[in-house]
Structures are given as C-alpha cells and as structure tokens.
Design a protein around this ligand. Structure first.
Ligand code: SAM
Length: 259
C-alpha cells in the first residue's frame, strides 16, 4: 500500500491533512517522562514540566479537532501516572479537561481491563491492570454505529435476554513482536482498536492516529477497509509499520492531502 498518509514527524502540526477529512481518531499519547522512545523532540521525554507536557498534548488535540469531520470522534487511551514525589496524577482527567476546552464533548469513559499486564505505572500497592479509554466527539451528533454497540464481549453476559456492550473492556496485552523485532514497548491490542474503529466509522472513512507507534491503528483501519492517516516522530518504527500494512493495499486509501 502507499504510505502517503503516514508522516514521520510531530503531530503538533498536521497541516498536510485536510480539515474535516477524518472520521475518527484512535490514539494512545506518550506519558510524561516515563518511557523514552529515543527522540529528542518527542512529547513527554523532552518537556520541562508536567504542565508543559499537557500543553503540547493540547496542541495535538487542537489539530485533531480541525481534522475531524463535524460528526467525528476522538478515542484517547491513557492511564494515571506518578509524579517524582510519588503522587498519583489523573492524566486521563487532565486530557479530558483540555479536550473539552478545545471544543470536544466527553461521551464515555471506558475501563480497559488488561488481565495479563505486569507493568507498574503506579508503583504503589497493586499491580496495574487497567487503562482508561476516553471517547470524545467534535459535534452534537457523532457518527456511532448502533450495530457495533450490540457486539457484546465475554464480559457482558445477557441480562433478561438482552446483551449490550458495557464500559469494561477486557483485552489482554503482550509485548508485541514481529519477525523477531519488538514492535513497541506499549502496543495496542489489535482487537481493541478494531472495536473502537467499528463503533465510530464506516468502511471507506478515514482514521487518524497522531501517535502511531508500531502502527496498530493503521493495521486495524486497513483491515476494516478504512483509510489511515498517521503521525509518528520516531522513524525507528518505519520498517515495522511497513511490514504490518504490507498486503493491505486493497483497502480504501483515499488521499487526505491538505495542500
Ligand atoms: C504510547 S505510544 C503509541 C503506541 C501505539 N498505540 C502502538 O500500538 O504501537 C506513543 C508514541 O507517541 C510517539 N510520539 C511522541 N511524541 C510525538 C510527537 N510529537 N509526534 C508524533 N509522535 C510522537 C512516541 O514515539 C510513541 O511511539
């Protein structure tokens, strides 16, 4: 497939993408000072303070807002983190507050339950087994597929004969690898991303990930016959992303060029 809509640069400037051309955005932003993916300008590891880090993320939410269609949506996957002093910071709430300030409406907060997770983001007392998924919309009438909401998971047993997708989503994680290469330190599970894309877009729509990492969102979007647009600052993921999307060129891949 042509990777003309994947940009190896900061998503703080997405002028290459036409305003209003994206139906849904699925992303997991970097954390503040937690994981160093190795690039000087990356958000999180090169910021002076937590406030400066949030401000840069907010710049990305502003760009995403412009790129979304009026019925577009934004899914942000994140968890609370720890300050140097050991205080818990509710990063998901800080992100939602900033996104609302930018103009988004907050539709849902989902808990992603990661039964196999061993990572300890909050090294307090308990193993860290969850992340939050915040669903935000640009306008009052977001495109949501009611059929996809009926696709209940194992964690949603029918009650009185009626099953409905709940707000606790169980998707195991594993450190991803492809052909001996470690995909990413924190990759999304593919089925999780597919669920978000199915709920908030139709085949032929365009999906954006401003923090593409190893390209899970690209693989999911193309497999579901959506177009993909991605930004990632670390070129070390280039070959992994190409490998993952190779052979998916039959999928809709419209030109989203904003120039
Ligand atoms: C949590 S990871 C995303 C992982 C991804 N969901 C996956 O499945 O592989 C966040 C990514 O944001 C990237 N990043 C950090 N600052 C960036 C920036 N300014 N613009 C674009 N990407 C950036 C990091 O290099 C990292 O790969």
């Amino acid at each position: 497939m042509s990777d003309k809509n994947i940009y190896w640069q900061s998503s703080e400037n997405m002028s290459a993408v036409a305003d209003g051309s994206i139906q849904t955005t699925v992303t997991s932003p970097p954390y503040f000072d937690l994981k160093d993916y190795g690039h000087d300008e990356e958000i999180g590891s090169s910021d002076e303070s937590y406030e400066a880090f949030l401000e840069r993320l907010r710049g990305v939410w502003e760009e995403v807002y412009d790129k979304l269609s009026d019925d577009g949506t934004l899914w942000v996957v994140s968890d609370s983190t720890m300050s140097d002093e050991g205080a818990i910071r509710l990063l998901p709430q800080d992100i939602v507050d900033d996104a609302i300030d930018v103009g988004f409406s907050h539709l849902e907060t989902i808990v992603w339950y990661k039964p196999t997770s061993l990572a300890r983001m909050n090294p307090k007392l308990l193993a860290n087994k969850k992340e939050y998924i915040m669903l935000l919309s640009k306008g009052d009438a977001p495109k949501i597929d009611p059929e996809a909401l009926v696709e209940a998971g194992e964690e949603d047993p029918a009650v009185n004969g009626r099953s409905q997708l709940g707000d606790l989503w169980r998707f195991p994680v594993k450190r991803g690898s492809l052909g001996g290469n470690v995909l990413h330190k924190a990759p999304f599970p593919l089925p999780l991303v597919k669920r978000m894309i199915r709920i908030s877009s139709d085949p032929g729509d365009a999906v954006l990930d401003p923090f593409l990492g190893s390209g899970t969102t690209a693989e999911a979007a193309l497999e579901l016959n959506r177009g993909i647009c991605g930004y990632e600052i670390n070129e070390e993921f280039k070959s992994i992303v190409s490998q993952r999307i190779q052979g998916l060129e039959g999928a809709h891949q419209q030109k989203l060029d904003g120039t």
